[in-house]
Write a protein that binds this ligand. Structure first.
Ligand SMILES: NC(=O)c1ccc[n+]([C@@H]2O[C@H](COP(=O)([O-])OP(=O)(O)OC[C@H]3O[C@@H](n4cnc5c(N)ncnc54)[C@H](O)[C@@H]3O)[C@@H](O)[C@H]2O)c1
Length: 222
């Protein structure tokens, strides 16, 4: 029986935004990201316990933010607070919790799961969002250095790619300049011929001073 090999290539793109104090009402980064998807959107927030512990006002601030931007963000439930660290992704308990909330609050493919926390919470929430319906949109707000580094790596890779493109462009420009020079050099012998011909004229010119002298002398002689 004949066997053929098929290839599936998947290229995924996502935007990475850099900001501080994302839930300050004046900060419109999150609002703008959601608004860019086309109007008011339902959203459910999953928050790492480790984020709330040192910042007691955090949940209140989050609620105030979504209230202030309610024309764009429809916060459908109180934030779901989950434990941080490996514990959150060691079993299916929290994945099931998020998926149940997605179903219960009518989070559809046009809505958002917004996860705030360390890498473990983002992984868990991402898995839950990806396996709810046919995949619910996810916004990740990394709150640890490692989780933020992943985003920064993306930026560093992008910058490396751009500078590589710039170098390639520079190289192409340099090559085409060199090719033009080579082309000129190839056609130069013909020009030299003309110059050579000019040298002959120069010989004529060299004769001219005496001719000039002769001409000048003529009136004197007459
Ligand atoms: N998907 C990815 O791109 C990706 C990238 C790197 C790591 N990971 C995964 O992430 C996990 C490690 O992530 P991590 O280093 O972010 O740690 P983590 O998610 O394990 O969190 C470590 C601890 O920090 C707490 N915490 C989180 N934010 C905090 C904050 N702002 N202030 C105080 N405490 C806070 C958490 O509650 C937890 O107790 C691993 O499971 C790794 O596999 C995933």
């Amino acid at each position: 029986m004949e066997t053929i090999q098929q290839t599936v290539r998947i290229e995924l793109h996502y935007a990475v935004h850099f900001t501080r104090q994302v839930f300050e009402v004046r900060n419109t980064v999150l609002r703008d990201v959601i608004a860019a998807s086309g109007g008011a959107r339902r959203a459910i927030f999953i928050v790492d316990e480790g984020v709330c512990a040192p910042e007691r006002q955090f949940l209140q601030q989050l609620e105030s933010y979504s209230h202030a931007h309610s024309d764009v963000i429809t916060n459908v439930a109180s934030p779901i607070v989950v434990p941080g660290g490996e514990a959150v992704k060691n079993g299916r308990e929290y994945v099931d919790l998020v998926r149940s909330a997605v179903n219960a609050h009518g989070i559809c493919r046009h809505s958002f799961v917004v996860a705030v926390g360390g890498g473990a919470v983002l992984d868990m929430a991402g898995y839950a969002a990806a396996t709810s319906h046919r995949g619910v949109r996810l916004i990740r707000l990394p709150s640890t250095v490692l989780a933020q580094t992943t985003a920064k790596e993306y930026r560093m890779k992008r910058e490396a790619r751009r500078s590589q493109e710039r170098r390639s462009q520079e190289e192409r420009r340099r090559k085409s300049k060199q090719e033009r020079k080579d082309e000129l050099r190839r056609t130069k012998p013909a020009r030299r011929g003309r110059v050579h011909f000019g040298t002959g004229n120069t010989a004529l010119n060299q004769a001219s001073p005496s001719r000039e002298r002769a001409t000048l002398q003529a009136p004197l002689g007459s």
